[in-house]
Design a protein around this ligand. Structure first.
Ligand SMILES: Nc1nc2c(ncn2[C@@H]2O[C@H](COP(=O)(O)OP(=O)(O)O)[C@@H](OP(=O)(O)OP(=O)(O)O)[C@H]2O)c(=O)[nH]1
Ligand SMILES: [Mn+2]
Length: 190
C-alpha cells in the first residue's frame, strides 16, 4: 500500500508569493521600533506597505521588483539595513531601485531636498514609480493631519517641494500624477 504521506497532494511552490512575504517580513522587522509622526504614533511599517498598495491598487503596477522596492524603500535610509543585505535577499534590481530612492543622510537636510529634485529627472522608470507612491502617501498624511512638531508653514513648504520633485518625473504614471495634482491644487496657491 502507498504511504499515506505520498498521497497528500503537493502544492506547487509559488516563488513570487514567498519572495513577497519575505520582503514584507524583512521590512516589518527592520522598522519594528519606528513610529510615524502622527498623534497615534502609527507603526512606521504602515507607510511602506501603504506605498506598495498605492502602486498596485491605484497605479496598476505589477512589476514585483518595483513592489518589493516600495516595501523596502525606507529601510536603508531609516534603519541599520545595508544595500548589501537588500541585494543578498532580494537581488540586484531591487537593490538598485532602493538605492535610487535613498537620501544620503550625510548631507544636510537642505542639500538632500535639493538632490531629490535634481535626481528625480534622471531616475529609472522603476524608481520614479516608487517616488510617486511615496510622495502620494506622505502628502495624503499631511492633508489629513499635521505631524507632531510640524508647523502649518512646514506642511505647506513640503507640498511646494514635493511638487518640484514630481514635476521632474511627469509622464511616468498618469493615474498617480492626477491624484498628486489634486492635492497640489488644494494646497499650493498659484
Ligand atoms: N507626512 C508624514 N510624514 C511622516 C510621518 N511620519 C514620518 N514621516 C516621514 O517624514 C518624512 C518627511 O519629513 P521631512 O521633514 O521631509 O524629513 P525628515 O524625516 O528628514 O524630517 C517622510 O520621509 P520619506 O518617506 O523618506 O519621504 P521624503 O523624505 O522623500 O519626503 C515621511 O515618511 C507622518 O506622520 N506624516
Ligand atoms: Mn517613504
Amino acid at each position: 500500500m502507498e504511504d499515506r504521506k505520498s498521497m497528500v497532494p503537493k502544492l506547487p511552490t509559488n516563488e513570487n508569493l514567498t519572495d513577497l512575504i519575505k520582503c514584507y517580513n524583512f521590512a516589518a522587522i527592520k522598522h519594528k521600533n519606528q513610529r510615524r509622526k502622527d498623534l497615534e504614533a502609527t507603526p512606521y511599517i504602515n507607510h511602506p506597505i501603504g506605498v506598495a498598495n498605492i502602486l498596485t491598487e491605484e497605479g496598476g503596477i505589477y512589476d514585483l521588483d518595483v513592489i518589493k522596492a516600495a516595501v523596502l524603500h525606507d529601510t536603508v535610509e531609516d534603519t541599520d539595513t545595508t544595500f548589501e543585505e537588500i541585494e543578498e535577499n532580494f537581488g540586484p534590481k531591487v537593490r538598485s531601485i532602493v538605492a535610487e530612492v535613498t537620501d544620503d543622510k550625510n548631507l544636510s537636510k537642505m542639500e538632500r531636498k535639493k538632490q531629490q529634485i535634481e535626481h528625480a529627472k534622471r531616475s529609472s522608470f522603476e524608481a520614479k514609480l516608487v517616488k510617486l507612491g511615496d510622495k502620494l502617501y506622505n502628502l495624503r498624511d499631511l492633508d489629513c493631519q499635521t505631524p507632531v512638531g510640524w508647523t502649518e508653514e512646514r506642511v505647506e513648504e513640503y507640498f511646494i517641494w514635493a511638487k518640484q520633485v514630481i514635476d521632474q518625473m511627469r509622464g511616468t504614471n498618469l493615474a498617480l500624477e492626477a491624484k498628486l495634482d489634486e492635492l497640489f491644487s488644494k494646497h499650493i496657491l498659484e
